[in-house]
Design a protein around this ligand. Structure first.
Ligand code: SF4
Ligand code: SF4
Length: 160
């Protein structure tokens, strides 16, 4: 058994990259209370998809959330906490226009913050630590604009 060497000074712990390929299991889109943040741009794109004006889309598919001293918009959940756009058997019904938060998972700042955070999240996501290897520079850039903890944001929901 070998032990990976420590990263060089200044390099992230994931200097060799991280593996992730989504299995489309849907676990992160269903079943747990949480938030899928959407900003104005994402709302406009989704509204256009449904042929709605932005206000109508907001009323139908989003909710206001007071959090960390600011108001943000999240997609609504169904009564069972599935994302409003998740459909059993079909998956994400807005995939091409899904919010940034959904595109950047699992390379969220809070997940790549430490090996422990990454390992913890991997317990619930079978796509992590398998499949394609993503390089460190891409991971860092993705985390810097993850749509979760960055201003304006919004696969899977941020924990409630
Ligand atoms: S990101 Fe992970 S939890 Fe979500 S659908 Fe893909 S494999 Fe499943
Ligand atoms: S990928 Fe995002 S928008 Fe699509 S069903 Fe999952 S949480 Fe909802």
């Amino acid at each position: 058994m070998t032990v990976a060497p420590d990263p060089a000074p200044g390099e992230p712990w994931y200097a060799d990259g991280l593996k992730f390929t989504c299995t489309q299991c849907g676990k992160c889109c269903t079943g747990e209370p949480g938030f899928t943040w959407v900003d104005d741009e994402e709302i406009a794109r989704l509204a256009e998809r449904f042929g709605l004006d932005n206000a109508a889309f907001r009323r139908r598919y989003t909710r206001r959330v007071h959090r960390d001293g600011r108001v943000r918009m999240s997609l609504t959940d169904k009564a069972n906490h599935d994302c409003v756009f998740w459909k059993k058997g079909a998956g994400c019904t807005v995939y091409a226009d899904r919010p940034r938060q959904c595109r950047t998972w699992p390379f969220w700042t809070r997940l790549v913050d430490s090996p422990a955070s990454w390992a913890d999240a991997a317990h619930d996501c079978p796509g992590m630590n398998r499949g394609a290897r993503h390089d460190a520079a891409t991971i860092t850039a993705t985390a810097a604009n993850d749509g979760v903890d960055t201003a304006g944001g919004g696969q899977g929901s941020s924990p409630a």
